[in-house]
Design a protein around this ligand. Structure first.
Ligand code: AMP
Length: 187
């Protein structure tokens, strides 16, 4: 179980309520799923600035050397965060997208398996890595990305999510020795 991140306060009263920029769409992409749509957030520069400011506070807490973003919605937040903090950005992608030598990890989905890949020379020099994604649900995707970072030689120092679906307990499958932070939580 990943611990809360010291120095990062998820429920601090904000002047800008980020949750009002997330749209909930029932039964998408299939019946029973309450989809948390980040597109209204992406359309609003003030809200996006606030997201990047708060993700920046997470960087202050864990001092990464670079940001790893998970395809594809992790790129929407990981790249502006990396630029904002003058850090490099490394993508973790679906299979067959990255050229050259890659390292891959397979992980279980509700039905079947999936795979994520990283370029094998992306984390040379043991950089401190913060993994960023839009949303933590069951945690399988983020846990796989964390395993990939370690396999590629990076020091995994934290996970940051814009949204956390607490009822799915994704935090419990993340490594216990690394903190995780989220900005918006649904119980
Ligand atoms: P998981 O591996 O279950 O933690 O799923 C995480 C990934 O699935 C994230 O990258 C999200 O983009 C996506 N995802 C899962 N559940 C939802 C949801 N209810 N609404 C929006 N995206 C979701």
């Amino acid at each position: 179980m990943a611990a809360m991140m010291p120095g990062v306060e998820p429920f601090r009263q904000q002047s800008l309520d980020l949750q009002t920029h997330i749209r909930s769409i029932p039964d998408f992409p299939k019946p029973g799923i309450q989809f948390r749509d980040i597109n209204p957030l992406l359309r609003n520069p003030a809200a996006m600035n606030e997201v990047i400011r708060r993700l920046g506070e997470i960087c202050d807490a864990v001092q990464p050397d670079l940001i790893v973003g998970i395809e594809s919605r992790g790129f929407f937040f990981g790249i502006p965060l990396a630029l904002n903090r003058s850090l490099g950005f490394v993508p973790v992608r679906k299979p067959g997208k990255l050229p050259g030598t890659v390292i891959g990890v397979d992980y279980d989905l509700e039905y079947g398996t999936d795979r994520l890949e990283i370029q094998s020379d992306a984390l040379i020099g043991k950089p401190r890595v913060l993994v960023v994604d839009d949303l933590l649900a069951t945690g399988g995707t983020a846990a796989a990305a964390g395993a990939l970072v370690r396999e590629a030689g990076g020091q995994l120092v934290g996970f940051a999510f814009v949204i956390e679906l607490e009822n799915l307990a994704g935090r419990s499958v993340l490594p216990g020795d690394v903190p995780a932070a989220s900005l918006i939580r649904y119980p």
